[in-house]
Write a protein that binds this ligand. Structure first.
Ligand code: NAD
Length: 326
């Protein structure tokens, strides 16, 4: 049941949060958008939303955030790509303060839905040490052996959510995002993920005329990347459903990192000399999303082709790189 009560989006100044606020406003919802970053650093700033700067690690900030709220999309998290999460395990773990305080504040609050942004990093590393990765099924998360730091924090927060559902009847929805990419997200500074980093490096090569690129690892590691529009569609569909167990929200179009460089180079129309940095963080060897359950539950799964999503992402990042050189 959808009411006209305010929808809270945490992490709204971030990549996925910004796109989600745009979507909810377009659907006519009243939105409270919250992020710890100063407004000028939000990737999207929608005038039509109630935009609030607050640090949700603090209980009192969570209490203010939920006033008159009818639904919550909880995306706030201090995180980034592999280069960030492998070197900032403590910062990742401390995100439990946000999850715990927000859910505790919501104990006696009547909600239409509470969406939690979980991750493919909850899956055991041992299932991801081959490049020919079989898709990860939701049930594979246990017995647990997730990514140290970030993965453990997200798995713990999933359990917080599921216990909230069991003890207080909260309509919990947990989406496990797999590698989301697209425009209006992190593209430099150390927190960016592989598609954004590669688009930036290719754009720099084009703009400087130095046709070289460094790739983390041997480039044969495999991943699936989901365009942000599919991520938002999946988030809305899951939140509107009655599914209260975790669901993958990810693409099943698997590609090697070298293949990703091929696609972006083709889009940019350049041929680049490649060097491989074998000492750089690489994460697991192979990861893909098994979409059997999401298809069964929602009759839908992400389908935007990687090439199409990368064309839009490269164009946006190229403009940012060019702007910053000017
Ligand atoms: P992002 O870093 O762009 O957005 C997260 C936002 O949370 C940031 O703007 C950050 O400032 C905010 N935040 C951090 N600490 C906060 C605090 N204490 N109080 C309020 N706001 C705070 O990341 P994103 O890519 O948009 O990811 C959104 C969510 O989806 C995260 O929870 C992330 O773990 C999850 N996720 C993302 C991906 C992906 O590929 N992008 C994959 C799996 C899961």
């Amino acid at each position: 049941m959808q009411t006209d009560r305010t929808v809270l989006v945490t992490g709204a100044g971030g990549f996925i949060g910004g796109h989600l606020v745009a979507r909810l406003l377009a659907e006519g919802r009243r939105v409270r958008a919250i992020d710890v970053k100063p407004l000028k650093r939000w990737y999207q700033h929608h005038e039509a939303a109630e935009n609030v700067v607050a640090d949700l690690r603090h209980r009192v900030a969570c209490e203010h955030a939920i006033v008159e709220v009818g639904a919550v999309y909880h995306l706030a998290s201090d995180m980034g790509g592999m280069g960030f999460i492998e070197g900032n395990k403590w910062a990742c773990m401390v995100n439990v303060l946000i999850d715990t305080h927000l859910l505790d504040a919501l104990r006696n609050h009547e909600l239409e839905a509470f969406f939690y942004a979980s991750t493919a990093c909850v899956y055991p590393a041992g299932l991801q040490d081959e490049t020919e990765a079989l898709g990860l099924r939701e049930a594979d998360a246990y017995p647990a052996d997730p990514e140290d730091g970030y993965g453990w924090q997200k798995l713990f927060a999933e359990r917080l959510c599921l216990n909230h559902r069991d003890d207080f009847g909260t309509p919990i929805r947990v989406g496990r995002y797999h590698n989301v990419y697209g425009p209006k997200g992190t593209w430099r500074g150390g927190r960016e993920k592989a598609p954004a980093a590669i688009c930036r490096k290719v754009a720099e090569a084009v703009l400087t005329g130095r046709h070289e690129i460094d790739i983390w690892g041997d480039g044969e590691q495999t991943r699936s990347f989901m365009f942000v529009d599919d991520g938002i569609e999946g988030t809305r569909r899951l939140t509107n459903s009655n599914v209260t167990t975790p669901l993958n929200i990810g693409s099943s179009e698997m590609v090697t990192i070298n293949g990703l460089v091929d696609i972006v180079s083709t889009i940019a129309g350049v041929d680049l000399e490649r060097t491989h940095d074998l000492s750089a963080p690489q994460g697991v060897r192979g990861r893909n999303s098994d979409n059997t359950l999401i298809k069964a539950e929602l009759g839908w799964s992400p389908s935007i082709p990687l090439r199409a999503g990368l064309e839009r992402t490269y164009e946006w990042i190229f403009d940012r790189v060019a702007e910053n050189r000017a």
